[in-house]
Ligand binder design. Structure first.
Ligand code: PLP
Length: 342
């Protein structure tokens, strides 16, 4: 009798293991919003450190917010790692993300903790980076075009069809640009500028870093991106020059959130705590991602653009990351800029 019960228990256990082998080891679903080249080693390092299996999908920031909202009734992701802070703040406000106070918050720079406080601890800063643009220096020289230095220079007629940026609906980078121009100039002059810039745009890409790659290959003369995305191309040997615009510019606090209703909540918290460590944040530079890490002990890559060298605006994350303002600005951009003739 005793033996039989043991056999039955053993069979039941074996059936459970066969039915869901991943659950037996632990699993985690991560929506990753940085470049694929950084997502992959980050997930692999977490798997090595914990034995938890990670299923990762890479999308842009705005796309990820849209996906999490669409899955609200039946969440499939556990952690949203990376991407600009504004859509993470909007997700927090919409109740799409979980409150969590990691013990590792104490390891972070004040700007990263502020991001957490601002959202009722539903998101947290993991890196920072300033916005700007890059240009293909070889092509500019060949065409004898003077190097641009300011946002205003991008309206020059010689850049007609030669400027690339992402679509702010899908890309957090491009939304940062939209909100930056509004904060720099005031909303009406900002939309005048964006409509004028539209005439010089050759393509609105889905992903924010794509224009930096197009500059590197000479497909476009100018690409509006985060400065660190252009550094990645320069380090790889591309003939690019990087510009922090003379009028001043905005910046991002790249963020991380736990998705409300996460099926693997304990593992999500483990990932969250781990992603705030210096060791995990050092992986960025090895993947040629040159942001400023939020952990005070994480090494700042020597190639990372320093905030001290950039004229930064006092970006109002609470306002421009709010659901009402972000939605309103994007709708206005669709109506008045995207839909305009070129
Ligand atoms: N990749 C890197 C390296 C970034 O720093 C960021 C911004 O957080 C993103 C991707 C976000 O990309 P997207 O503008 O496509 O949302």
């Amino acid at each position: 009798m005793r033996t039989r019960r043991l056999v039955i228990a053993g069979a039941a256990l074996a059936a459970a293991v066969i039915a869901s082998p991943a659950r037996a080891q632990g699993e985690l679903v991560v929506y990753c919003t940085v470049q694929e080249e950084w997502c992959r080693p980050m997930m692999a390092a977490f798997e090595r450190a914990t034995g938890i299996r990670v299923a990762m999908t890479r999308r842009s920031s705005g796309e990820t917010l849209t996906q999490i909202r669409a899955e609200r009734a039946n969440p499939r992701g556990d952690v949203w790692w990376g991407g600009t802070g504004d859509p993470h703040l909007q997700a927090a406000e919409e109740g799409l993300t979980e409150e969590y106070r990691s013990p590792n918050l104490a390891l972070l720079h004040p700007w990263a903790v502020r991001q957490a406080e601002q959202s009722g601890f539903r998101t947290v800063g993991i890196y920072a980076g300033a916005l700007g643009y890059s240009f293909n220096a070889r092509e500019l020289e060949r065409r004898r075009i003077a190097a641009p230095r300011c946002w205003a220079d991008l309206l020059r007629p010689e850049f007609r069809g030669e400027v690339q940026m992402a679509d702010p609906n899908t890309s957090g980078t491009a939304y940062t640009m939209l909100a930056t121009i509004v904060q720099l100039k005031g909303e009406e002059p900002a939309f005048e500028y964006l409509r004028a810039l539209h005439r010089n745009i050759n393509q609105y890409t889905r992903s924010g870093a794509a224009p930096a790659r197009a500059v590197a290959t000479g497909e476009t003369l100018v690409g509006i991106t985060f400065l660190h995305d252009a550094v990645t191309q320069k380090v790889a040997g591309a003939p690019v020059q990087i510009v922090a615009p003379c009028e001043g510019t905005g910046y991002e606090i790249g963020s991380m959130s736990i998705i409300k209703g996460a099926r693997n909540l304990d593992n999500a918290k483990r990932f969250y705590d781990w992603a705030l460590t210096a060791e995990a944040q050092a992986i960025g530079a090895t993947a040629k991602a040159y942001q400023i890490p939020s952990n005070r002990e994480a090494p700042i890559p020597p190639e990372a653009p320093r905030f001290e060298d950039v004229k930064l605006i006092d970006y109002d994350f609470a306002r421009w990351g709010s659901a009402a303002e972000r939605t309103r600005l994007l709708q206005r951009w669709d109506r008045e800029v995207r839909a305009a003739a070129r």
